[in-house]
Write a protein that binds this ligand. Structure first.
Ligand code: GDP
Ligand code: MN
Length: 397
């Protein structure tokens, strides 16, 4: 005959505590096999197939505007912001098309001023045609010469021989001097333009980009009210050959300035080597995953901070804007990933966007002309998508 179990109070208590502990572990998703990210109030499980990058599909659950108190047209004063385009006179048609899209989906409701910037004066034709596209204020500015010129410490012979080498490696635009100047200006100069000093916020808009979805709240106010620094829509890998010595230069800088590393940084995102390990290796330890900077909604005070100024000057002196082809996208991304609180970086999943050849296409009836979930219109480019890395490292808990 089996001995009767003796239900002593201590045993009962231990059993209850044990059960409670297991329930808590379940709630903390300790037993989940797939990584889980938390974006806003959503928990999204990321499926990992062996040898493949994390699946992106679950992110398409993210469709609506960010949660929180949002302000529609006329519900709150505008914040201190401008729509910002560095653009050439020859790109007028593409600019008008991008303006049409942004005015239709957002700005006709909020009337943020446009600032157009150029390294040469805008033509009358450019100014008249762009002005006619908006009822908001429009400003036309020329870049101060000293912001655009190649710095004196750059050796033109070395630039020429480096360009030839980069060309061989298939680096796009390597021989185009103005492209290098543009990348440097977008990295460390634009926010110093005298006409921009009065603004805190900007939304970068390039000619020929598309916006697909109605945006019914003031995105700048969202950024301000929710204490964000930087908003993006697309994350992709860079060509490691264009930034071979960027990460080593950054490491040098961070060794001199360990105090600039933010305690809530995204270093793991920057240094990931699980997906596309060959990129990490070729770029000296940087995954090359970056926020695609042809779209940016951001706070210029970050770029204007001493830490970023020191960071930019270090890179500028290293010469990689001209001897390699460092883009403003990896430069901004690395700076943000190291020196900013990663919780202040926001994915505008609800802004439908295209800059050839990539899309951000929300699954929402607010969007027209964009196939939900589509990432690229090119063949074999899906592997360039690294959005999932951001979610894995920046939001996983
Ligand atoms: P990609 O997106 O990397 O292919 O480069 P883009 O040719 O689109 O250039 C990025 C942005 O800088 C676009 O808004 C261009 O209009 C602008 N841009 C590039 N080079 C120049 C330049 O030499 N002068 C001016 N004014 N704008 C430029
Ligand atoms: Mn472009």
């Amino acid at each position: 005959m089996a001995a009767a179990v003796q239900w002593r109070p201590a045993r009962v208590l231990a059993l209850i505590l044990g059960l409670a502990f297991i329930i808590i572990l379940f709630h903390l998703h300790v037993f989940d096999r797939d990584p889980v990210v938390v974006v806003g109030d959503q928990r999204i499980s990321l499926k990992k197939e062996k040898g493949k990058p994390f699946a992106v599909d679950p992110l398409m659950k993210m469709t609506g505007p960010p949660e929180g108190i949002l302000f529609g047209p006329g519900e709150a004063p505008r914040v201190n912001a401008t729509l910002l385009s560095l653009v050439r006179n020859e790109e007028l048609e593409g600019m008008l098309q991008a303006m049409d899209d942004l005015e239709r989906t957002f700005n006709s409701k909020f009337n943020y001023p446009w600032t157009f910037i150029n390294d040469v004066p805008f033509t009358k034709r450019f100014m008249e045609a762009t002005k006619a596209k908006t009822k908001a204020e429009v400003f036309y500015e020329v870049i101060p010469k000293e912001h655009w010129e190649v710095p004196a410490w750059i050796n033109p012979d070395l630039v020429a021989s480096s360009a030839a080498l980069l060309e061989q490696q298939g680096v796009q635009y390597s021989g185009m001097k103005s492209y290098h100047q543009m990348c440097r200006w977008n990295s460390g100069m634009f926010y110093k333009h005298p006409a921009l000093l009065k603004y805190k916020w900007y939304w970068r808009v390039e000619p020929k980009v598309h916006f697909f979805c109605d945006i019914d709240y003031d995105v700048f106010r969202y950024m301000q009210d929710y204490n964000k620094t930087y908003g993006f829509v697309i994350n992709i890998y860079d060509s490691p050959q264009s930034i071979a010595s960027l990460w080593p230069s950054v490491e040098e800088f961070m060794a001199e300035h360990p105090e600039y590393l933010h305690p809530n940084n995204a270093l793991q995102w920057l240094t990931d080597s699980e997906n596309r390990p060959e990129h990490n290796e070729a770029a000296g330890g940087y995954s090359t995953c970056h926020f695609w900077s042809n779209f940016e909604i951001a706070d210029m005070d970050f770029w204007r901070s001493k830490k970023y100024e020191d960071f930019f000057n270090h890179l500028d002196r290293a010469g990689g804007f001209f001897y390699e082809r460092w883009g403003d996208a990896p430069v901004h991304s690395v700076a943000l990933g190291l020196m900013e609180d990663r919780d202040k970086i926001h994915w505008f999943h609800d802004i439908g966007y295209q800059h050839i050849p990539y899309f951000n296409c929300p699954n929402s009836d607010k969007c027209k002309g964009c196939e939900a979930g589509r990432f690229t219109d090119g063949q074999g480019l899906d592997q360039e998508d690294c959005r999932i890395n951001w979610f894995k490292f920046a939001h996983m808990n």
